[in-house]
Design a protein around this ligand. Structure first.
Ligand SMILES: Cc1ncc(COP(=O)(O)O)c(C=O)c1O
Length: 407
C-alpha cells in the first residue's frame, strides 16, 4: 500500500491505492488490501495451522489492545458473534431483546436465535441512532438485553442508555460499523458502559478478515463462555482441571466434554492473519474515511433537498462505515437518485429497511408500519454514498457531480 501524506490545499491528505484494482461500478463500500495482507495470508498457508491455531489468539490480543479491552474473542462472522453474545447474556424464554429499528437484521436476529423476542426502539432524528429516550419508551419489564447499534459508525449514547436501563439489563454494543470510533470513555469496544461489544470483519467494514467477527468484553467469565460457545459448547483443558480425580472416564489429556449446546463459530488462522495485517492500518483507514466525509460535507452541503449524515459531537470520532444522505423529498425522489446513480456506474445502497418491516418479523411477531415513525421517515429518504479508504478524490468528485445533477 502506498499511503502518502501530501499537503493538499490547506490540510494533510491520506492517499490509499485501490488494490486490487477493480473495473466494477463504484460500490458504496469495499475492502482495501495491499501486498502485506497477501503475504500475511500466504505465510499461514506455508505453516502448520490453517484453522484455529496460534494466529487466532494473536489476532484477539491485538484487537483487544486496539479497543483497550482486556478480552477479545474471535468468531466466524459478526452474526455468529452476536449470537454468542446473546447466548452468554443469558436471554431466552419470555425475555425481550431491544435494538434499533434502523440496523442490519442480525442485530435483532440474535435475540430470536436465543429464543427471546426482538423489540425495537425508534431512532433519534438528529443522530439516526437510538437514544436514552427512545430506549426508555420501548423498555418493558421483560427487556433483558439492549443491543445498542453504532449506526454508520457514529457512537450511540451507551452511557446514557446504561443510566436508563440500570445494571440488571445486559448491554451489547453492535459495533459492526464502529471499529475505530471513539467516545470520551475510550475507543468503541472498550466496554466501559456495556457488557460486550460485537464487531464484523466483512469486506465492507473498517478492516476485514474475509468473513469474521469479534466480541470484546471486560468480564473474564463472559470471555470464557464465549470461547466455549464458539466450539460446540465443548470445554477441554478447563474440563480436565475441574474433573474429580475419581472418575476414570474423565482422566487423560484427550478428555473434553460438551457442557452446553454451542456451534462451530471458529475463525481460522488464515482469516486471522488477514485481520491482524489489516488492523495495523486501522488508523489510516479511519482517517481517510473521515476525510471523505468532510469532502462530502463541503461538496454537497449546499443542496437543500439533502440532509447529510450527522457528524460526531466534539470529543468523539466517527468511523464513517457509511456516509448516508437523506433525501428530504422522500421515497420517490430517493428512488430516482438511486436509479440515476446506478445508470452512471455508481452503486449507492439503502441502509436499512426498519428491521420489523421484514416479512419474517411481520409474520412472526405481528409487527407493521407505524411502530417507529422516525425510522420509517428516515428509511424513505436514506441513501449510502460510496465511502471507503481506496475511493479516490476523482471518484468521489464523480459521485458528487452525479448527485448534484440528479437532485
Ligand atoms: C449492524 C450490523 N450488525 C451485524 C452485522 C453482521 O455481521 P456479519 O456480516 O459479519 O455477520 C452487520 C453486517 O453487515 C451489520 O451491519
Amino acid at each position: 500500500m502506498h499511503a502518502a501524506i501530501s499537503s493538499g490545499h490547506d490540510r494533510c491528505k491520506t492517499t490509499i491505492d485501490n488494490y486490487p484494482p477493480t473495473t466494477m461500478p463504484i460500490p458504496y463500500g469495499r475492502q482495501t488490501l495491499d501486498e502485506d495482507d497477501v503475504s500475511a495470508v500466504v505465510e499461514v498457508l506455508r505453516g502448520d495451522w490453517l484453522t484455529q491455531g496460534p494466529g487466532v489468539g494473536a489476532f484477539e490480543e491485538a484487537f483487544a489492545a486496539a479497543c483497550e479491552a482486556p478480552y477479545a474473542v474471535a468468531f466466524s462472522s459478526g452474526t455468529a458473534a452476536l449470537h454468542a453474545a446473546a447466548h452468554v447474556a443469558g436471554i431466552g424464554g419470555d425475555d425481550e431483546l431491544l435494538t434499533s429499528a434502523i440496523t442490519f437484521a442480525a442485530s435483532a436476529n440474535c435475540g430470536a436465535y436465543a429464543g427471546a423476542t426482538p423489540t425495537f426502539a425508534d431512532i433519534d432524528p438528529a443522530t439516526w441512532n437510538i437514544s436514552a429516550q427512545t430506549v426508555a419508551a420501548a423498555l418493558t419489564p421483560a427487556t433483558r438485553a439492549v443491543v445498542a447499534v453504532h449506526f454508520a459508525g457514529l457512537p450511540a449514547p451507551v452511557a446514557a442508555i446504561r443510566a436508563t436501563v440500570g445494571d440488571s439489563v445486559r448491554i451489547v454494543e453492535d459495533a459492526a460499523h464502529a471499529l475505530g470510533a471513539r467516545t470520551p470513555a475510550g475507543p468503541v469496544g472498550a466496554c466501559v458502559h456495556s457488557d460486550m461489544a460485537v464487531f464484523s470483519l466483512h469486506p465492507v467494514k473498517a478492516i476485514t478478515s474475509g468473513e469474521g467477527g469479534m466480541v470484546t468484553t471486560r468480564e473474564e467469565r463472559l470471555a470464557a463462555r464465549l470461547r466455549v460457545f464458539r466450539t460446540h459448547g465443548i470445554a477441554g483443558a478447563a474440563a480436565r482441571e475441574a474433573a474429580p480425580a475419581g472418575r476414570w472416564w474423565q482422566q487423560g489429556r484427550w478428555y473434553h466434554e460438551q457442557r452446553e449446546l454451542g456451534f462451530n463459530y471458529r475463525l481460522t488462522d488464515i482469516q486471522s492473519a488477514l485481520g491482524r495485517s489489516q488492523l495495523r492500518k486501522l488508523e489510516r483507514f479511519i482517517a481517510r474515511r473521515n476525510e471523505l466525509a468532510m469532502r462530502y460535507r463541503e461538496l454537497l452541503g449546499g443542496i437543500e433537498q439533502l440532509e447529510l449524515a450527522p457528524a460526531a459531537p466534539p470529543g468523539e470520532r466517527h468511523a464513517y462505515h457509511l456516509f448516508v444522505v437523506r433525501h428530504r423529498a422522500g421515497a420517490a425522489a430517493r428512488r430516482r437518485l438511486y436509479d440515476g446513480l446506478r445508470e452512471r456506474g455508481i452503486n449507492a445502497q439503502v441502509h436499512y429497511l426498519p428491521v420489523y418491516l421484514h416479512p419474517w418479523y411481520r409474520r412472526t411477531y405481528g409487527y407493521g408500519e407505524g411502530l417507529c415513525p422516525q425510522a420509517e421517515r428516515y428509511y424513505a429518504g436514506c441513501l449510502s454514498l460510496p465511502c471507503f479508504p481506496a475511493l479516490s478524490d476523482a471518484e468521489q468528485e464523480r459521485v458528487v457531480e452525479a448527485v448534484r445533477e440528479l437532485v
